[in-house]
Design a protein around this ligand. Structure first.
Ligand code: Z5A
Length: 212
């Protein structure tokens, strides 16, 4: 008998929203339910993807065109889907991914102004249209997130953008969540880390019921 396909969850949010913090707590919670879980991130997650990440976030690469940035995000993603995500889901594992295609719609679409139809076309081609079963969007005011992220050392090539860029990113995320309310769960990321974790656990609870 073939194994039941695994569940794919993505985490999204603006800078300093608390994805890394939530990821650790969520990993422990999901694993404690007896689920075989794979953690990964974008851009990155594979040897090739991590090499792409180093290039695309390198603050020294000032002249990178918005089109190049978009294609690099999808180059990393195409590899991650084929090398890690699809094989894991096929084997019945769950995948928890720190960012996925919604980030390209938010940052390259909302932030950089790349056309949505172009990103959607890349999504169909590069990922075969793979979409998470659930996306947790950590939403909080840009100023709060930026204040949290400040003082973490050198900002990467995207983090140096102005507040107005991150306001567009936030709006693009919220628009996507409004357009796909079944897939997205919006979490108030201004709550304490423990409260955010509890909200995330409540949000993913139906996924365990579906698999039971
Ligand atoms: N990017 C893109 O443009 N297009 C794409 O398609 C993809 C990505 C996939 C790297 O992403 C960059 O890639 C990112 C988007 C772009 N660029 N930017 N900007 P990343 O996810 O690796 O990096 P990040 O967005 O910069 O994540 P982050 O800033 O590290 O945020 P975080 O993981 O969400 O936050 P954190 O590290 O958990 O928390 C930040 C601080 O806040 C830390 O001190 C925590 O202790 C604190 N914190 C966390 N939660 C709380 C709460 N609840 N209350 C108070 N303080 C908290």
């Amino acid at each position: 008998m073939s194994k039941q396909r695994g569940t794919f969850i993505s985490l999204e949010g603006g800078e300093g929203a608390g994805k890394s913090t939530l990821l650790a707590g969520l990993r422990d919670y999901i694993a404690a339910q007896g689920v075989d879980l794979v953690l990964t991130r974008e851009p990155g997650g594979t040897a090739l993807g991590e090499a792409v990440r180093a290039i695309v976030l390198d603050p020294a690469r000032h002249g990178m065109a918005a089109e190049t940035e978009l294609l690099l995000m999808f180059a990393s993603r195409a590899q991650l889907v084929r090398e890690l995500i699809e094989p894991a889901l096929t084997a019945g594992q769950w995948v928890l991914c720190d960012r996925f295609t919604d980030a390209s719609f938010a940052y390259q679409g909302g932030g950089r102004g790349q056309p949505v139809e172009r990103i959607a076309e890349l999504e169909r081609w590069a990922t075969d249209g793979l979409s998470p079963d659930m996306t947790l969007l950590l939403d909080l005011p840009v100023a709060t997130g930026r204040a949290r992220a400040a003082g973490r050392g050198e900002a990467d090539r995207i983090e140096v953008e102005a507040d107005v860029f991150f306001e567009r990113v936030r709006e693009a995320y919220r628009a996507r969540a409004a357009a796909e309310p079944k897939r997205f769960q919006i979490i108030d990321a201004s709550l304490t880390p423990v409260e955010v974790l509890h909200a995330a656990i409540a949000a993913i609870a139906p996924l365990f019921e579906v698999k039971a």
